[in-house]
Design a protein around this ligand. Structure first.
Ligand SMILES: Nc1nc2c(ncn2[C@@H]2O[C@H](COP(=O)(O)OP(=O)(O)OP(=O)(O)O)[C@@H](O)[C@H]2O)c(=O)[nH]1
Ligand SMILES: [Mg+2]
Length: 400
């Protein structure tokens, strides 16, 4: 039986878990699953942002983290390294993902090699070089030195909304053509300065859902090693429906492991529920879903601040009882009791392929099924909410 899942980012660990299950060693499998799931949530990703003063570095970092510039959380988590100020900004919901605000190389007067050494280039997974005009000699020197250090870099041409607004005043205004031309100019300029096949992305930090930000994500995703792709994905703001779907799929592919954990732990039934589930585990997973979709109260408040859509209007489109609330065991138990009695739950396709691998008694099987179905249900509802919230935030029609 093939259980290969394209979303598995630690293939060796998964193979070991499957082997334990096939040998009926559920306890060993459970321990490995726990470890695997924890490891997945703590994959570090370090993104360096550099560019001249005023290029839009801080605004880009804030927007990526779902913050507006005047947001309280936008204050630096300050550390001063060496002789230069390199400031670390963790993602609010995924602190394993860090953005590093580097000083513009031009303001430091260091040659590129020295600059990279001083900012501690080894720890960065890749560099984003930002400019609000054409890219200069400094940017090019830095890019070439980054390449020598066997690291990746991407050029972001910022404040595209300004350029488009300026174009708008022209008689023959054509936004598509203007964007193509801007990109060609940037690429041409970089090539003239000796950068081979430069990757340039046109971005407005005020409107990440427009222009090239999603292309930047796709490119980064393609370039990153498999185990870091989910870290990037979950840190992504919900800039389109595709991102929301990808997050859903990534969560979905883990449900069978959570259900197996629940089955392995089954023994004492939960009061009020006829079968055994691990309530505290389920609370953690639900909290994770909510955070991943940005449906927790702080994330929604930040979205309201950055989109200008009142918080209460965002709340209006929420349907899942799990969004924008504090999820407790008591709360979840109530929800589960309703769910198991109404059986308003999803099909069990993936789960039923997995069950025969686990040599478990009936009670545990029920626990597996309940956990599997409930998590599936929570996930689907929250993903739908995320879509509606996204549409409302960017002003699309939200009728459902
Ligand atoms: N219209 C528009 N303005 C932007 C955008 N990004 C940044 N800005 C503005 O450009 C100015 C500089 O942005 P910052 O993010 O502070 O630039 P920085 O690179 O961090 O500058 P330093 O910290 O001084 O090196 C601010 O007034 C921002 O509001 C954008 O995408 N669109
Ligand atoms: Mg700044």
């Amino acid at each position: 039986m093939s259980m290969q899942d394209p979303n598995d980012s630690f293939p060796e660990e998964i193979a070991a878990i499957k082997e334990d299950l096939e040998n009926n060693d559920t306890a060993a499998a459970a321990a490995k699953i726990q470890e695997y799931l924890e490891r997945q949530n703590n994959v570090p990703l370090n993104i360096a942002i550099t560019g001249e003063s005023g290029a839009g570095k801080s605004t880009f970092i804030n927007a990526f983290r779902g913050l507006s510039n005047d947001d309280e959380g936008a204050a630096p988590n300050g550390v001063t390294e060496t002789t230069m100020e390199v400031i670390e900004y963790p993602h609010p919901n995924y602190p394993n993902v860090k953005f590093w605000d580097l000083p513009g190389i031009g303001t430091t007067n260091f040659p590129a090699k020295k600059y990279l050494k001083l900012v501690g280039f080894e720890k960065f997974d890749f560099f984003i070089i930002i400019s609000d005009t054409r890219f200069r000699e400094n940017d090019v020197n830095l890019a070439q030195e980054i390449q020598k250090m066997k690291k990746k870099f991407y050029f972001v041409r910022s404040k595209i909304d300004n350029d488009i607004n300026a174009e708008r005043r022209k008689k023959d205004f054509n936004p598509e053509m203007a964007l193509i031309k801007m990109k060609e100019d940037c690429i041409g300029g970089l090539q003239k300065q000796g950068v081979k096949s430069p990757q340039v992305f046109l971005v407005s930090s005020f409107e990440l859902h427009l222009y090239d930000f999603s292309l930047l994500h796709q490119t980064l995703e393609r370039d990153l090693p498999a185990h870091q792709r989910d870290a990037l994905l979950f840190a992504m703001p919900n800039i389109n429906l595709e991102i929301i779907n990808k997050k859903k799929e990534a969560f979905q592919s883990k449900i069978k492991y959570w259900a197996t954990l629940s089955a392995a732990a089954a023994g004492v039934p939960v009061p009020g529920l006829s079968i055994c589930v691990d309530l505290s585990m389920m609370v953690n997973v639900a909290v994770d879903y909510v955070a991943g979709f940005g449906l927790d109260k702080p994330s929604l408040e930040r979205l309201s601040a950055s989109s200008g859509v009142p918080y209460t209007e965002l709340l209006e489109v929420l349907k899942s009882p799990l969004a924008a609330v504090k999820i407790t065991k008591v709360f979840l138990l109530k929800l589960l009791t309703q769910l198991t009695s109404t059986a308003a739950l999803m099909a069990l396709e993936e789960g039923s392929r997995w069950i025969p691998l686990i040599g478990i008694p009936l009670a545990a099987g029920l626990s597996f099924t309940t956990t599997y179905r409930a998590l599936n249900y929570f996930l689907t509802e929250l993903a739908d909410d995320a879509q509606r919230v996204f549409k409302r935030a960017v002003g699309l029609n939200t009728s459902v």
